[in-house]
Design a protein around this ligand. Structure first.
Ligand code: NAD
Ligand code: ZN
Length: 234
């Protein structure tokens, strides 16, 4: 299973390429999610991520996340490879989640890369700008624990994701536009290795060409139906 931002859309978390809401509507997320943007204006970028942390913390998993958690409890070899940096899969009860693009909730030092413990997420964020905290080891600025545009996915995460893609017999791809690499390669790798690929997305995407079945529905509607069908077949 490969999920993207559309997986969280029905929990109220906006996708990157959908409309941004509120405070941040003036900004293009791809201009904020880079190391250069952080170097240029740390308070702007950190403020955006703290807003995203607060937003994700306040959101709840939907019926699609719950269905996958249930499937994982019956099929322990289910792997969820996600490009999402929220923790909605885990909060629904899935434990076999691989965060290819890191996590909003694991800030680390921009200079020495050590994890920064104990950051308290405010309940809501009213300011655009927020000065990042300083690393307790080296005094460097703390950055979000996500993989930014222009950065590489960690080698271990990629190796694990690629191995799942090569070994699975069914890859369900939910809510991704399939344009962010290397994640976008996974459906083709699965297909080449003999797996069936099912896409769940209300509109066609770069994944659709590799899909044996393109299910034009949403994550919260299609996943519970899919899991029910898999359960009754097993
Ligand atoms: P994307 O925004 O490029 O694409 C989202 C896809 O989801 C689109 O194809 C859209 O049609 C589809 N979609 C929208 N609503 C849906 C629904 N209810 N059910 C199923 N599909 C739906 O997102 P991406 O492909 O994940 O790539 C963008 C990058 O943005 C990733 O690197 C990801 O880390 C990051 N991102 C993460 C979050 C999050 O963690 N929740 C949110 C925004 C962006
Ligand atoms: Zn440091």
């Amino acid at each position: 299973m490969l999920s993207g931002a559309g997986m969280s859309a029905e929990s109220g978390i906006p996708t990157f390429r959908g409309a941004q809401n509120g405070l941040w509507s003036r900004f293009d997320p791809e201009d904020l999610a880079t190391a250069d943007a952080f170097r240029r204006d740390k308070a702007l970028v950190w403020g955006w991520y703290v807003w995203r942390m607060a937003f994700a913390r306040a959101a709840n998993p939907h019926a699609g996340h719950m269905a996958l958690a249930k499937l994982g409890s019956i099929k322990p070899d289910l792997a969820i490879i996600t490009q999402n940096v929220d923790d909605l899969h885990e909060r629904a009860g899935s434990w076999q989640v691989l965060h290819l693009h890191g996590s909003l909730f694991a800030p680390r030092c921009f200079a020495c890369a050590r994890p920064f413990e104990g950051f308290e997420i405010p309940e809501s964020v009213a300011d655009l700008r927020l000065e990042p905290p300083r690393c307790t080891h080296c005094g460097g600025y703390v950055r979000p624990g996500v993989v930014w545009f222009g950065e590489s996915v960690t080698r271990e995460a990629w190796k694990a994701a690629e191995a799942h893609a090569r070994q699975c017999d069914l890859m369900v791809v939910v809510g991704t536009s399939g344009v962010v690499h290397p994640a976008a390669l996974l459906p083709a790798i699965a297909k080449e290795s003999g797996a069936r690929v099912v896409e769940i997305n209300p509109i066609s995407s770069a994944v659709s060409g590799n899909a044996d079945l393109a299910w034009r529905s949403s994550a919260a509607i299609a996943l519970p139906a899919l899991v029910e069908a898999l359960e009754s077949n097993s």
